[in-house]
Design a protein around this ligand. Structure first.
Ligand code: NDP
Length: 341
């Protein structure tokens, strides 16, 4: 059985979802309430692959909210993730994806050193960040969108915002090795990590976000931000493609200008038969046909019986593993979401 450990994008979102799911007593509660709410299994899921194989899974809502980080409630955030992992393990789940901020909290606060959750010793082999599949899908989105818009990658400048992160560094490795992108702009805050990445790649221009945006034809957003950034669409190139892989979204601005194309990053379209309720409320444009790539990774591991923490640690994603999970992704019927032109 596979698991998806998810969270909602804001307190407002959580209140609306509680109302929709028929928990009116949660709907008017404040952040304090969510800090003490226990994890819940909110959905049982059946998935039929394009190959006809059938698997079963559960969706575990951790009750973590990004405001817990913004308001420095780190202990609450840590408790949410550990409790959700323990809950998944107690429910007999073989492999669970740590969706959105769950894996970021796990890494940032070194939760590997805290395997004991009351009477449960966490078996980390049962969890995956899902980041290898997410990075693979974002790279395929870049390649696919370039084809859709007749952009020649050899003449294209790509900026990666969050370049030194787990997903961002993998995307940079792929761009460097598997494409002929003309220029690669590396954006993040910590200079030392940016320089280490630049040395590893043997290329890339280090820039801050304000300088990079006007120079890029494609901007890949994979920064871990609790709240989206506002950007001025007027400063962007025309045409310009924004692939926003953040959860919550890195961009709070609705950039609506002819020639500016915005694509949800790290999202797969699929032809699988997925029987679940929860996707109706997790902000997908077409809930029955779209899914987070990190969640799809735990389904792929279950389909292939690769019961291992396939994506683990930070900045360990190799091109070989991206290709391996990519092969399984294609086999079972997942495709990168592209622009609807
Ligand atoms: P990491 O924590 O590993 O990396 C985050 C990166 O963002 C780092 O490079 C960090 O560098 C940078 N960053 C953080 N804040 C800023 C800022 N204000 N400006 C510029 N750079 C910034 O995160 P992951 O790679 O694991 O995840 C990245 C994003 O992808 C998250 O939003 C996550 O929720 C989302 N995600 C989406 C999935 C999907 O299925 N679509 C799956 C998994 C994750 P520095 O601190 O030096 O600035």
């Amino acid at each position: 059985m596979f698991g998806l450990i998810g969270h909602l994008t804001s307190l407002e979102h959580a209140q609306a979802v509680a109302r929709d799911l028929g928990y009116p007593e949660y709907a008017d509660q404040d952040l304090e309430f969510w800090c003490s709410a226990p994890p819940q299994v909110v959905d049982d899921i059946t998935v039929t692959s394009a190959t006809g194989q059938v698997i079963h899974g559960k969706y575990v809502e951790s009750c973590f909210l990004p405001e817990m980080l913004a308001k420095r409630r780190a202990k609450a955030a840590i408790r949410k993730i550990l409790n959700a992992m323990s809950h998944a393990q107690k429910n007999g789940i073989n492999i669970s994806a740590l969706g959105g901020f769950s894996s970021i909290i796990f890494e940032t606060f070194n939760l590997e050193n805290m395997p004991q959750v009351r009477n449960v010793t966490l078996d980390f082999q049962r969890f995956t960040t899902g980041n290898t599949h997410t990075a693979y899908i974002i790279c395929r989105q870049l390649e696919g969108v370039a084809k859709q818009l007749n952009l020649e990658l050899a003449k294209t400048t790509v900026a990666v915002v969050g370049a030194t992160g787990d997903i961002g560094s993998a995307v940079c490795r792929w761009i460097n090795d598997r494409t002929d992108v003309a220029d690669l702009l590396l954006v993040a805050r910590n200079r030392e990590r940016l320089e280490a990445l630049q040395t590893e790649l043997g290329r890339g221009k280090i820039m801050d976000v304000a300088d990079a945006l006007p120079q890029a034809d494609v901007i890949i957003w994979v920064a871990s931000m609790a709240k989206g950034m506002e950007i001025n669409g007027e400063t962007l190139r025309n045409p310009c493609v924004l692939i926003d892989g953040g959860y919550p979204k890195n961009l709070s601005t609705q950039v609506q200008r002819p020639g500016i194309h915005v694509l949800n990053g790290g999202i797969v379209e699929h032809s699988l038969d997925i029987n679940w309720k929860i996707m109706q409320i997790v902000n997908m444009d077409v809930p029955s046909r779209q899914l987070f790539a990190c969640f799809a990774e735990s389904m792929l591991l279950e389909f292939e019986k690769w019961y291992t923490n396939f994506s683990w640690g930070r900045n360990q994603i190799t091109l070989a593993k991206m290709e391996q999970i990519g092969g399984a992704s294609v086999k079972h019927g997942f495709n990168p979401l592209l622009l609807s032109l």
